[in-house]
Write a protein that binds this ligand. Structure first.
Ligand SMILES: Cc1cc2nc3c(=O)[nH]c(=O)nc-3n(C[C@H](O)[C@H](O)[C@H](O)COP(=O)(O)OP(=O)(O)OC[C@H]3O[C@@H](n4cnc5c(N)ncnc54)[C@H](O)[C@@H]3O)c2cc1C
Length: 487
């Protein structure tokens, strides 16, 4: 650990001789060049995109460090490594691309960071059944580009496309920007392969549906590495769309616009992209529209005749709701800018603390949750912005994505905890789910008991059954002892 910055929330470390024993046997499994205790590798796998990491990094500190990084090349190698770690009781934290937003990949108890990047092959495209089988470490953008070259899309385009992995999508229960048509990752995944801590390799069946008991693949979707390691998956794919139609409408107020979106979903139309911004975000992202109206961005794609019909239905509903048709240019603008997060880096450098908090609402509380979260965030001293948009919609509700920025001065961590406490309390009071797609990781685990109630006991029992030694990603999803990071 020499030459590395101090760690702030390292719960514990494994005895060095135990790590050395693991390293000796692991070399025989993956090869000497596929494990490392080099400080640069430990540093690279010590953190993810959780904003608190940035606060610490700017101060020259790290959250926690792994003691060894291993890069397995196959499910069999993952199995052998996990068996070995289980025997030696060494914590294992799976690592995809480290784009998680809540600290899920931080190795709180040291041990091994199991990095999936070498498992990056697109194994098969089944053009007849529209399925792709892919190893879990494949980078999202490379996956989508490979499909595009073959004439298909995977339908899953998160903003983090180029810095996240297929396994990370599954582990975090991710949602892409085109989710209203193609579904979230749990809709796209047909089956997956995962390795349990005792080395058992579970392989789901790639059939469209099976009434053969609970769907075990789904146990791993959203499990964030606490049950085992996802090694591959079979995902639905779609032919590249014949036609793409872009449309935008502005509304006098957010509540009226939301009601229009609800009616669009009720009509049966399924645009790929539906994004409704509050007036503040409309002004920030589309300055030409000003900050007095709320813009709804729509991207409809698929077979030409279906697209035309959907566009017509949506237009009728929007105009009937009093919206102004503002044409396709704002959607073009969104398409160009949608992966650009440079403002966040710039604000961090200027001393701001910012984060995004996404939650899941039914229609009856979609607007109230927005108001409650906005009021709660603005009430925290130091907050200068609390704005939002709805970016994944369903017949029964919507995902609400709040962005908050503050300049708290010296005590950034205190401010960070206060904004989250305020937002989570407001959200829970509305009966809204505390995450729509970023997942739980370390930080949101603090509210998991309030979210799930007795459901946490079920989660604990499943965890105990699959991982009796508790080696898999300890301290995440609100499970296990975490002493150093509290509310
Ligand atoms: C700029 C930005 C934009 C984002 N946009 C979106 C978005 O649009 N939609 C969205 O859903 N999310 C988004 N996210 C969040 C993040 O990208 C997703 O959660 C992503 O799915 C994480 O993938 P990863 O490979 O980077 O996982 P990591 O950060 O490496 O890991 C995340 C968690 O999953 C576990 N894990 C990783 N791989 C495996 C595996 N193979 N088996 C078991 N466990 C594993 C890790 O242990 C960790 O707990 C965004 C993040 C950023 C920084």
């Amino acid at each position: 650990m020499r030459n590395l910055p101090q760690t702030v929330i390292q719960e514990s470390l494994v005895e060095p001789q135990v790590i050395e024993a693991f390293a000796r046997d692991a070399q025989a499994i993956v090869g000497a060049d596929q494990i490392s205790v080099n400080p640069a590798d430990l540093l690279a796998n010590s953190r993810d995109y959780w904003p608190v990491n940035n606060i610490w990094m700017i101060e020259g500190a790290l959250p926690a460090l792994p003691q060894l990084v291993a890069w397995p090349g196959s499910a069999d190698e993952v199995s052998a490594l996990l068996r070995l770690a289980d025997k030696l009781k060494i914590p294992v934290t799976p690592y995809g691309e480290g784009s998680g937003a809540l600290g899920g990949a931080i190795p709180l108890k040291g041990g091994i960071s199991l990095d999936l990047k070498r498992m990056n092959r697109l194994l098969e495209i089944d053009e007849e059944s529209l399925l792709a089988t892919v190893e879990s470490g494949l980078n999202g953008a490379l996956y989508e580009e490979s499909l595009n070259r073959a004439g298909y899309t995977g339908g899953h385009i998160p903003q983090s496309l180029s810095c996240s992995s297929v396994g990370g999508w599954l582990a975090c229960r991710a949602a892409g920007q085109f989710s209203t048509r193609y579904g979230k990752i749990e809709d796209i995944a047909v089956s997956l392969q995962a390795v349990l801590p005792d080395g058992t390799i579970f392989s789901g069946r790639s059939v469209p549906r099976a009434a053969t008991g609970p769907r075990l693949d789904h146990l791993f979707i959203g499990s964030e590495g606490i049950f085992g390691v996802i090694t591959s998956a079979t995902l639905r794919i779609w032919p590249l769309p014949e036609k793409r139609h872009l449309a935008s409408y502005t509304f006098a107020d957010l509540k009226g616009a939301l009601e229009c979106v609800r009616l669009i979903m009720r009509s049966g139309a399924r645009p790929a992209v539906v994004r409704l911004y509050d007036a503040q975000e409309t002004g920030n992202h589309f300055p030409e529209l000003g900050d007095q109206r709320c813009v709804l961005i729509l991207l409809i794609e698929g077979a030409e005749k279906i697209v035309a019909a959907e566009a017509e239905v949506i237009k009728e509903l929007a105009l009937a709701a009093g919206a102004i048709d503002s044409g396709p240019d704002h959607v073009e603008h969104w398409l160009e800018k949608r992966f650009n997060i440079s403002v966040a880096s710039m604000l961090f450098q200027k001393g701001a603390v910012l984060d995004t908090i996404e939650v899941s609402t039914n229609w009856h509380n979609a607007h109230n949750t927005y108001l409650a979260m906005q009021n709660a965030l603005l009430a925290v001293e130091g907050t200068i912005l609390a704005s939002g948009h709805y970016s994944h919609v369903y017949p029964d509700g919507a995902g609400l994505y709040m962005t908050t920025v503050g300049f708290p001065g010296a005590n950034k961590l205190k401010f960070y905890k206060e904004i989250w406490q305020a937002a989570m309390e407001a959200c829970l009071a509305q009966g809204t789910a505390i995450s729509h797609h970023h997942g739980i990781g370390l930080h949101r685990g603090l509210w998991m008991r309030e979210e799930h109630g007795s459901g946490m006991e079920v989660l604990e029992k499943v965890k105990k059954a699959l991982d009796p030694e508790g080696i898999m990603n300890p301290g995440k999803l609100g499970l296990g002892e975490v002493g150093l990071w509290q509310k």
